[in-house]
Write a protein that binds this ligand. Structure first.
Ligand code: SF4
Length: 69
């Protein structure tokens, strides 16, 4: 699973950072930055939660491609 932030949409509210500090930080303009290339399994629920709580729907979840298909 990957998590992607639409920086143009992000309003810098920091909800995602407070919810999943292992996955998100903020840049100098307070835009959310994803810290991990691939979301660790134990953080997947947290990542999904941020997609729901982001007030501007700037966070999307992408499922990793299934190898061999
Ligand atoms: S919750 Fe959404 S708007 Fe708020 S900082 Fe994170 S990505 Fe940006």
């Amino acid at each position: 699973m990957k998590v992607v932030v639409d920086k143009a949409a992000c309003v810098g509210c920091a909800r995602c950072v407070r919810t999943c500090p292992d996955l998100f930080t903020q840049d100098e303009k307070l835009k959310a930055v994803v810290l991990v290339e691939v979301v660790p399994p134990l953080s997947e629920l947290c990542a999904k939660a941020t997609a729901l709580i982001c007030p501007v729907s700037a966070i999307t979840i992408e499922q990793a491609e299934v190898k061999g298909s």
